[in-house]
Design a protein around this ligand. Structure first.
Ligand SMILES: Nc1ncnc2c1ncn2[C@@H]1O[C@H](COP(=O)(O)OP(=O)(O)OP(=O)(O)O)[C@@H](O)[C@H]1O
Ligand SMILES: Nc1ncnc2c1ncn2[C@@H]1O[C@H](COP(=O)(O)OP(=O)(O)OP(=O)(O)O)[C@@H](O)[C@H]1O
Ligand SMILES: [Mg+2]
Ligand SMILES: [Mg+2]
Lengths: 159, 165, 159, 165
C-alpha cells in the first residue's frame, strides 16, 4: 500500500505540474509531502505560483486563482485515475471570462474518458454543452425539466 | 460505462417522476435560483449510497422526501434510479444496461436495487469498486465546495490521493 | 444593555420580515431567539420561506436563496443602524439575473445613508454603478488602477 | 461622513502609490482574476485597524508588504490612507476632511495616523465609535463570506445584533 500511494502521488504530482501551467498559461505548481519519510501518514502541501508572481502561500491567492488551482488538481486526479462521469455544481462562479474559456477548453481534453454534468449560470459555459436541460419550479414548489436551446443572440454573445 | 439516464420521483423538489437523459459528452443544467438544479446533484449522490444527511444539505435522511408545496401534499416514497451503459462490462454484471436504484419510505425504511433486484448497500459499493465512481472520489463536486479543498488541512487532503491509489 | 439588545433585535427582525418579502417578491421570514428568557445569552434562529414553498430548515435553501437571505439580513441591520459605507466583494456570484436586479434595486433604496463599493464580474451589477474602476496587473505582479466605461453594446445587453 | 478616497502604497500587490476616488453613491471595482480587487478590500480593512492576519488572507502581518514580482523588488513599507468627508462633523474632530492612515515597516513596527499625526490604535477605534464604521459591523463583506453567515451557529450570529445594539 506504500508503493500504491507513492505511485499515485507521483503521477498526480506530475499531472498537476503540467495541467496548472496549461490552465494558467504559465507559472509553476507542485505538490509536496510534509513528511516524506512517512508516506502513509504525511500531509499534502500545495504550492501554486501564477505567472509573473513570486511564490506565496496559497492563502494569498485570489478567489479565481484558488478555483483554477483546485480545477487543475481535480483534473490531475482524473488523468491518473479516470472517472466515467463527473458532476460540477457552479464551479465557474468565481471565474472571469478568460478563465472560463480555459476551464471549458480543458473539459474537452477529458471527454474521451469522462462524461460531464455541469450546473451553471454562465452563458459561456453553456455554449460548450452538447445538450442543455432547464429546470423550472412552478408555484407549488415542484421542479420540472424543460428543453432549453441557446438562442442565436446568446450564442453570438459568447463567440 | 456512461451514465445514460437519471430518474427521480418524490426526491426533494422532484415530486413528479422526472427523467434526465445524460448520454452526452457535456450536459448543462441551467435555471433560476432555487429551481432544483443542485437537487439533481443530490439525487446522484443519494443513489450512489450517501449515508450522511448533511452531505445532502439536510438534518435527517427523510429530508429528501418531497414534503409539499402550496397545492401539493408531501409524499411517502422517494426513488432515484441511475441507468448506466454497461456494454464495456466495466461493471461486473452480465447486462448491457445496469439500473441502480434507491428507495426511502416516510417510516425510514430504505432499499437499494440493481436492475430491480433488492440488494444490500454493501453490494452496491462492491459493484462500483475500482470503477472511479463513488462518494469519496472527486466525481461529484457540490456547490460552494471548490474553495474548501485548498482551505482543508494538509492531512485532510490525503483522501484524494488515497482514493486514487 | 438588555433593553438595548432587545430594541435592536426587534427592529432588525421587523426590517428583516419586510426586506425578505421585497427581495423574494413574496414568501415569509423571521428571526427568533432560541432562549427568549435569557436575552443576553440566547442564540439567533433564522426562518426563511421563499414564495410557494413549505417552511424548511435554512440548510435546504439553494445557494442563491441563501445569498439573498443573508443580503436581506445585512440590509435589515443597515436600516436599524446605518453605516456610512459598505464594501461587498462578489456578493452577486451565486445570483441569477432576476435576483441581481432585485439586489441592485435594493441598493438604490439605501443610497441616502450608505455609500457602496462593489467588487463584481457581473455586467448587470456594473450597469448600476455610478463609476467603474478597473484593476489590472502587469507582468511584474503590480496592480494598477485604470478608468473603465461600459461600452454601448454591454449597456444594451443588460438593459 | 462619506469615504472620499483610498490611497495604497506598498500594500499587497499595490507596489506603486495608487489612488481610488470613492466619492460616489455606488463604485464598481472590476478586473480579471488575480488582478488585485480583493486587495483593495483588504486595504480598507487593514487601515481600519484589523489585527488578525488571517482576515487579510495572510499568516503574518508582514504578508501585506509588497513582496516582489518578476522585475520588482519587495518593499520595506506599506501605507494605506482613507480620506473621509467630515463636513457633517460625525467624526469628533474639527476638520472638514479626516485622513486615517496605517503604516507597517518590514521590521514589524506599525503606526496609525489621523491627519498625519501619530496616534494609538485605541484612538483610531474611539474615532469611529458609534459611527457604524468598524471591523465587526457588517460594513465589509469579504469574498466568499456571504454563505458563511447562515452556516454559523446560533450563538455566533449574535455579534451582528450586539454590534447594532
Ligand atoms: N424535501 C424537499 N421537498 C420539497 N422541496 C425541497 C426539499 N428539499 C429541498 N427542497 C427545495 O429545493 C430548493 C432548492 O433547490 P436547489 O438547491 O436545487 O436550487 P438550485 O437550482 O441549485 O438553485 P441555485 O442556483 O440558487 O443554487 C429549495 O428552495 C428547497 O426548499
Ligand atoms: N504582499 C503581496 N505582495 C505582492 N502581491 C501580493 C501580496 N499579497 C497578495 N498578492 C497577490 O495578489 C493577488 C490576489 O489579488 P486579489 O485577491 O485582490 O485578486 P482579485 O482581483 O480579487 O481576483 P478574483 O477575481 O479572482 O477574486 C494574488 O495573486 C497574490 O499573489
Ligand atoms: Mg444550486
Ligand atoms: Mg477577489
Amino acid at each position: 500500500s506504500r508503493e500504491l500511494f507513492t505511485t499515485a502521488f507521483v503521477e498526480i504530482r506530475d499531472n498537476f505540474r503540467v495541467l496548472f501551467r496549461k490552465l494558467f498559461a504559465g507559472g509553476k505548481a507542485d505538490i509536496l509531502l510534509t513528511e516524506p519519510e512517512d508516506v502513509l501518514e504525511s500531509g499534502i502541501e500545495i504550492v501554486a505560483r501564477p505567472p509573473g508572481k513570486e511564490p506565496r502561500s496559497i492563502s494569498l491567492l485570489s478567489g479565481g486563482e484558488r478555483a483554477m488551482t483546485t480545477i487543475a488538481l481535480l483534473f490531475s486526479v482524473f488523468k491518473t485515475r479516470p472517472s466515467p462521469f463527473c458532476v460540477l455544481d457552479e464551479i465557474d462562479a468565481p471565474l472571469d471570462e478568460s478563465n472560463i474559456d480555459r476551464f471549458t477548453g480543458m473539459l474537452e481534453d477529458f471527454l474521451e474518458q469522462t462524461q460531464f454534468l455541469i450546473v451553471t449560470h454562465s452563458k459561456r459555459t453553456m455554449s460548450v454543452a452538447d445538450v442543455l436541460y432547464g429546470v423550472t419550479m412552478g408555484a407549488s414548489g415542484v421542479s420540472k425539466r424543460i428543453a432549453v436551446h441557446m438562442d442565436r443572440e446568446d450564442q453570438a454573445a459568447v463567440a | 460505462m456512461r451514465l445514460k439516464k437519471l430518474i427521480a420521483h418524490g426526491f426533494k423538489s422532484f415530486a413528479d417522476r422526472t427523467e434526465f437523459d445524460f448520454d452526452h459528452g457535456i450536459t448543462g443544467i441551467v435555471g433560476p435560483n432555487g429551481c432544483g438544479k443542485s437537487n439533481v446533484v443530490d439525487a446522484i449522490r443519494w443513489s450512489l449510497g450517501e449515508q450522511r444527511p448533511t452531505k445532502l444539505r439536510g438534518s435527517g435522511m427523510t429530508d429528501v422526501l418531497f414534503n409539499g408545496g402550496d397545492s401539493r401534499k408531501s409524499v411517502s416514497l422517494a426513488e432515484v434510479t441511475l441507468v448506466f451503459d454497461n456494454s464495456s462490462r466495466k461493471l461486473p454484471i452480465d447486462f448491457d444496461e445496469v439500473a441502480v436504484s434507491r428507495r426511502l419510505y416516510r417510516d425510514g425504511e430504505s432499499m437499494y436495487l440493481i436492475n430491480k433486484n433488492p440488494v444490500r448497500l454493501r453490494d452496491l459499493k462492491e459493484l462500483f469498486m475500482d470503477t472511479g465512481v463513488g462518494l469519496d472520489t472527486y466525481s461529484v463536486m457540490e456547490q460552494g465546495r471548490i474553495d474548501a479543498f485548498l482551505s482543508a488541512g494538509v492531512k485532510e487532503r490525503r483522501y484524494l490521493f488515497e482514493e486514487a491509489a
